[in-house]
Structures are given as C-alpha cells and as structure tokens.
Design a protein around this ligand. Structure first.
Ligand SMILES: Nc1ncnc2c1ncn2[C@@H]1O[C@H](COP(=O)(O)OP(=O)(O)O)[C@@H](O)[C@H]1O
Ligand SMILES: [Mg+2]
Length: 244
C-alpha cells in the first residue's frame, strides 16, 4: 500500500496530490480527471507520446498553469486557491525545475547560474557554503567558471540540477531531462536524482520518453488520450504472479 511504508501516519496528507485535474487548450481536452499522489523520497516517471500533456501536467503541479478543474494539494493545502504571490513563492522555494534544453542563462558562468535562484528567493544564510557543498556533491569544480556554451550536454544538465536544488526544494520537476543527453550523461543525471531521493528525501517527477528513466522510477504513470494511468513494473507483475 502506497504511503503506508516509511513510517508514515495513515491520515497524514501526501506531500503532493493531484485530484481530479482536467485541462484544455481551446476545445481540446489535454488532461481528463487526472489524479495521483507524490510521496517524499520517490521518483515518479510520467510517460506519454509527444503532445500527450506531460509538460502541461508539470506546469499544473508547479502552479504555473491553472487547470479547468480539480485540486492540486501541497502539504494539505490547495495551491489553486492561493494568490499569485503565494504561488510564485511556493514555486521558488518548494520546486526545482530541470529542462530538456537545460535553460541556463548564457551570459552567466556555471557558478552564477547555480547562485541565481537563491538571489531571486533567498533561503539560506550560508549561501556560499551551500554552493560550495553542491559543487563538490555534483562534481562541478572543474567547470565552475565556464559559460554554458563551453560545456557538454551532461555538464550543462549537472549545472541545471545544482541550480534546481540550491533552494532546497521538496520536489524536483524534470521535463525530459535526459532527452538531449548521451547514455553516460543520462545515467549520471539518473544517479544524481536517486542520490537526491535517498539522501535528501526529495520527490522527483520526471516527464520522459526514456526507458532507463522509467526503470529507475519508483512509480510510473502514462498519459494516453488525456487519461493518466498507473503502470505496474514488469518485475512486480512477475513477482505477484509467482506469489500466487
Ligand atoms: N499554450 C498552448 N496553447 C495551445 N495548445 C497548447 C499549449 N501548450 C500545449 N498545447 C498543446 O497541448 C498538448 C499537450 O502539450 P504538452 O503538455 O506540451 O505535451 P507533451 O509535453 O506531452 O509533449 C499538445 O497538443 C500541445 O500542442
Ligand atoms: Mg513536453
């Protein structure tokens, strides 16, 4: 039973729950009555063909996009009821974003890119120490003073992950983060996500096409024809068959 493990009280709300969310662009329904929960220390993979609504779903989770209906509940509160200020503070503080094309600021070095969200929304008093810690943790020492254009894809994505976690978010939303990386760099990013899950208790929601990312996830959902469905991993299906 999900949520019952990890010593959690039964009536404690999930970190994040999406409840009956629907979204449309014009007359086209992109998401139809979508519900799921995200627990701390978990990796959630969301798959679906291109145009299925993965990015839209991440936008709704972050409070950037308002759905037509439903609730987005963070620690027991519906964020859709919050005003713009509170929602953007939530986004800056509780959410870290990682994108397929990295979205680093081209005129800033790795170091400055990592610092940037903390300047926008300061959280840590020992910011310099925090950055130094992250740089060591993510192995970024050698590329710290380089500009994004001079970095490989894998390096850019590691800088982007550092930037995403500088404010100590509870949730990372990653939109096809390995979609533009070679296999080795993709594996590095996945290892990093697992480390953040295991050592920092972060929840990581990843929109992806990549089967390795799905295999690394604790929970897998697929969006098809605007509906979200939970997919059980083949391993578990085999095990439960054997158990019968
Ligand atoms: N701002 C927008 N206006 C109109 N249609 C949009 C907009 N954003 C996305 N869409 C459409 O919504 C559908 C879902 O898009 P998206 O969430 O980006 O899918 P995915 O990330 O799974 O590829 C697509 O058909 C896309 O064209
Ligand atoms: Mg997308």
């Amino acid at each position: 039973m999900r949520g019952a493990g990890r010593g959690k009280a039964v009536d404690e709300p999930a970190l994040l729950s999406i409840e009956g969310v629907s979204a449309s662009f014009g007359k086209r329904r992109i998401l139809d009555d979508v519900s799921f929960t995200v627990e701390p220390s978990s990796i959630v993979a969301v798959t679906g063909r291109s145009g299925a609504g993965k990015t839209t779903l991440l936008g709704i989770i972050s409070g950037l996009m308002k759905p037509d209906g439903g609730r987005v509940v963070y620690k027991g509160q519906n964020i859709l009821k919050w005003g713009d200020f509170k929602r953007s503070r939530f986004r800056n503080r509780e959410i870290g974003f990682v994108f397929q094309f990295f979205n680093l600021l081209p005129d800033m070095t790795s170091y400055q890119n990592i610092f940037y969200p903390a300047i926008i929304s300061p959280r840590s008093r020992n910011l310099k120490e925090k950055v130094d810690y992250l740089v060591g943790y993510l192995g970024l020492e050698k590329i710290l003073h380089q500009y994004p254009a001079t970095l490989s894809g894998g390096e850019r994505q590691r800088v982007a992950v550092a930037r995403a976690i500088i404010n100590n978010p509870r949730i990372i939303l990653a939109d096809e983060p390995t979609g533009n990386l070679d296999e080795r760099s993709a594996n590095d990013i996945l290892s990093l996500f697992k480390k953040l899950r295991d050592e920092n208790g972060m929840a990581i929601v990843i929109a992806t096409h990549d089967s390795r990312t799905v295999a690394s996830a604790d929970v897998h959902f697929n969006i098809d024809d605007a509906r979200l469905q939970r997919i059980e991993p083949p391993e578990r299906r085999k095990k439960s068959r054997r158990g019968r």
